[in-house]
Design a protein around this ligand. Structure first.
Ligand code: G3H
Ligand code: ZN
Length: 278
């Protein structure tokens, strides 16, 4: 199957009443595990790669790899740029065939965030691709980027931000954190306020470590997408770490990579089922 356009995937989520996971990939093994996981649950969602990760693999390498793995499968999957940090990355991803984009200018002052999102939206909409933007600052570790800021999304900014940027999805900071070092503490009254004010569906970053009953509770507040990175990466790294602990002479990278795919796929399947309570 071909990559699905981000708008189509959003319609699919709304029709089926699903919150869609976005799993971050880095390499072939994670990519294969994510796509196989979607396929065996029969549900669609996002496969994502962050701007920081594009320093390791180019948008074209990632897009070609994802498209090639998807040839054998039939579940709807969109390829998403996660935490797009520059206009150049956005353009390179669109050119490579990504079907959904996030621009993360949340570290900039309000007006500059709006300007950056606006120009990304104008560019991406020309190609029929939806754009996710972020308002507020999510603390923690995202790939090689550590953010100290923990400014929650200000509900007073929502309507103006969404209206002026014309973004399609809104990532919120409500006590969610990136990585495994901090503990998430979701502010549900704030989320409820935001959901009432936002005309576009919401996105929750930092899925790893958020109890699933809280994700399902957030789903009731117009949540369409929840991002997972560290959880799968740990499953991947643990496979090699445990093998090395047992045998310091271990070098069978092929069979360990196959094991890693199986272990990550198990996490993918569990997360897909849990976020929707299936
Ligand atoms: O954008 C990606 C994420 O928000 C992943 O966060 O590593 O805490 O699951 P996580
Ligand atoms: Zn994130």
């Amino acid at each position: 199957m071909q990559l699905v356009n981000g708008y189509k995937l959003m319609d699919y989520a709304k029709e089926k009443g699903l919150v869609l996971p976005a799993f971050n990939t880095t390499n072939y093994e994670l990519t294969a595990a994510i796509i196989k996981g979607y396929q065996s649950t029969g549900l669609g969602g996002y496969i994502a790669i962050s701007s920081s990760n594009l320093k390791l693999s180019s948008p074209k390498i990632i897009a070609d790899m994802v498209k090639s793995v998807m040839q054998d499968f039939s579940t709807p999957i969109a390829l998403h740029l996660d935490h797009g940090k520059s206009f150049e990355d956005v353009k390179a991803c669109i050119e490579a065939g990504f079907t959904s984009i996030m621009v993360d200018a949340s570290h900039l002052p309000f007006e500059e965030n709006i300007e950056e999102v606006k120009r990304t939206v104008e560019y991406c909409h020309f190609y029929g691709i939806p754009v996710e933007a972020e308002l507020g600052a999510i603390s923690g570790k995202e790939d090689d980027h550590v953010s100290e800021g923990d400014d929650k999304t200000n509900p007073e900014d929502i309507q103006e931000f969404v209206e002026r940027t014309n973004c399609d999805l809104l990532a919120v900071a409500i006590g969610n954190v990136h990585g495994m070092d901090l503990t998430p503490n979701l502010d549900f009254p704030l989320l409820e306020k935001i959901a009432k004010l936002s005309s576009v569906p919401l996105v929750l970053h930092g899925g790893s470590g958020i109890p699933f009953d809280q994700v399902r509770r957030a789903k009731e507040q117009n949540l369409i997408k929840v991002n997972y990175g560290s959880d799968l990466r740990q499953a991947f790294i643990r496979t090699f770490g445990q093998a090395y602990e047992q045998n310091h002479n271990e070098f069978d990278i092929m069979s360990l990579s196959k094991d890693a795919i199986i272990n990550v796929e198990e996490r993918v399947k569990a997360i897909i089922a849990e976020v929707n309570g299936k």
